[in-house]
Write a protein that binds this ligand. Structure first.
Ligand SMILES: Cc1cc2nc3c(=O)[nH]c(=O)nc-3n(C[C@H](O)[C@H](O)[C@H](O)COP(=O)(O)OP(=O)(O)OC[C@H]3O[C@@H](n4cnc5c(N)ncnc54)[C@H](O)[C@@H]3O)c2cc1C
Length: 467
């Protein structure tokens, strides 16, 4: 045995699994073909948040008078905005290298594939710097190879690096486009839309479903759309893209909405219609690894149907979120080390770092009702929250969904400033299976926007205090 565990892919799933395995005493190696930290740190969560922060600060400058302030001619240097984002990504990439070293994890730079082996598949690595392939055998292998942008080339929804961007291109453009079409209104599409809009691009977001951010509670989708429109974004919902054509001065996208057809034009377009798991060219077919709707199928231990092979993160299916990947990584490492691992079915919060932000955990009101439960729903607007008024962040609200029979918190849905920092309170409440009594009996610090979480819970039981 070369190792107890080999992890393939060093995104938040893979590198976290490797650290936990090393902590538990497993001799661990991690194989990465590109950059330590995966999509999340290099091309996803982190660099987008750096861009969004620049956009947010710049947008705030046009509201300085609201705060009794003024500044002369706010401006931006787009190259520096992008450079800052890349520097942030590089810093975190270096951070993962440090963590690997600190935990005595062997980092192997190269492209891995699997072949039959015992007690786990063999890992064959083609070194990134050339040279002969290396064959490694471990007691267990974790596949954490992630996903990439989904494309639909049949109708032209395909990045070309110039005029039609996938998320990678959208993160490193040379200049801010004057006009932009975003296909897809999930978190990624909305975040890019908000960023380029904040820097002055005329942005239109096209969504095939009847509302934006379709995984969110319907009330949040509606209020978020209004808030984004107020900032200048335009939307086409219930609008199916039938053709994207690029060339000449820019992009033309044909959309069908009911019986109407329309051609939208812009300088650039972003394709943000979802992601596709990286399941090709790793030897999965030859090993007979079960695939479910394009993802590696796993059981409640993150194990695949092939002995010794585990899969975590984006390659193992939705939700495609970094914290889901790392949670599964810890779970898989613990199972491999002979432990029970943390509860895999813990509720997974989802966040969109738009302006205003969106955050949610658990069931929407509609989903809760579909289960046949009787529900109690509470709401509290930030316009009635002291801290929000003081901060000038009065847009949005908190919505809670409780089981009317048991008092169990089933879901929470937030729109507003910094709600992505608040959702964790509800996630902890749900993981701890708290009921309305404990949430209502919790003391929330004053003045904070989190008081709206308390009030929305009180409202569900008809005892809201400040509304
Ligand atoms: C623009 C954007 C913004 C996002 N924002 C957020 C956010 O705010 N919050 C959030 O939770 N999620 C966000 N995500 C999603 C998040 O990035 C992913 O859910 C997360 O990165 C998945 O982690 P992972 O470990 O499964 O895989 P990845 O991070 O995709 O890492 C997989 C790694 O495996 C490597 N690899 C693949 N094949 C091989 C091979 N054969 N051999 C060796 N190495 C290989 C890849 O090079 C890659 O480094 C965002 C994604 C995008 C694209």
């Amino acid at each position: 045995m070369d190792y107890d565990l080999i992890v393939i892919g060093s995104g938040p799933g893979g590198y976290t699994a490797a650290i936990r395995a090393a902590q538990l005493g497993l001799k661990t190696a991690i194989v990465e073909r590109e950059l330590l930290g995966g999509i999340c740190l290099n091309w996803g969560c982190i660099p987008t948040k750096a861009l969004l922060k620049s956009g947010e600060v710049y947008a705030q400058l046009s509201h300085l008078a609201d705060y009794g302030l003024s500044a002369e001619k706010p401006a931006f240097d787009f190259t520096k905005v992008v450079a800052r984002s890349r520097a942030v990504a590089k810093q975190l990439n270096g951070g993962v290298a440090y963590l690997m070293k600190k935990n005595k994890i062997t980092v192997i730079e190269g492209v891995a594939r699997l072949e039959a082996g015992r007690p786990a598949p063999k890992v064959i690595v083609r070194p990134a710097k050339g040279g002969p392939e290396q064959t490694l055998q471990a007691k267990a292998v974790i596949l954490a190879v992630g996903a990439r942008a989904k494309e639909i080339p049949q109708i032209g929804l395909k990045g070309d690096g110039e005029t039609v961007w996938t998320y990678r291109d959208a993160m490193t453009p040379k200049a801010c486009p004057k006009s932009l079409l975003v296909v897809g209104s999930g978190a990624i599409g909305i975040e890019f839309g908000c960023f380029f809009n904040a820097l002055g691009a005329k942005v239109t977001v096209i969504e095939a479903l009847d509302r934006i951010l379709p995984v969110e509670d319907a009330e949040v989708s509606a209020a978020a759309q209004k808030a984004f429109e107020k900032r200048g974004l335009t939307f086409r919902t219930g609008a199916k893209v039938t053709r994207l054509e690029a060339g000449g001065a820019g992009v033309r996208i044909k959309v069908e909405a009911g019986s109407k057809t329309e051609t939208l034009e812009a300088e650039k377009a972003i394709v943000a219609v979802g992601i596709t798991a990286n399941i090709e060219d790793i030897g999965l077919e030859a090993l007979g690894v079960a695939i479910d709707r394009g993802h590696v199928a796993t059981d409640a231990s993150c194990a695949t149907n092939v002995p010794g092979l585990y899969a975590i993160g984006d390659v193992a299916g939705p939700p495609w979120l970094a914290h889901k990947a790392s949670h599964e990584g810890v779970h898989a490492a613990e199972v491999i080390a002979g432990r029970a691992g943390p509860h895999l079915a813990a509720p997974i919060p989802g966040c969109t770092y738009s302006q205003p932000q969106v955050a949610s955990v658990g069931m929407t009101e509609a989903q809760a009702k579909e289960t046949g439960r009787k529900v109690r729903v509470g709401r509290f607007k930030f316009s009635a929250n002291g801290k929000a008024i003081a901060a000038g962040e009065t847009e949005g609200f908190v919505k809670t969904v409780f089981d009317a029979d048991t008092g169990q918190l089933l879901g929470a849905h937030l729109l507003g400033g910094e709600v992505t920092e608040m959702i964790q309170g509800f996630a902890m409440a749900m993981t701890g299976e708290l009921t309305e009594a404990e949430i209502m009996g919790t003391v929330f610090p004053h003045p904070t926007m989190s008081e709206a979480m308390h009030e929305a819970s009180l409202d569900a039981y008809g005892v809201v205090l400040n509304a």
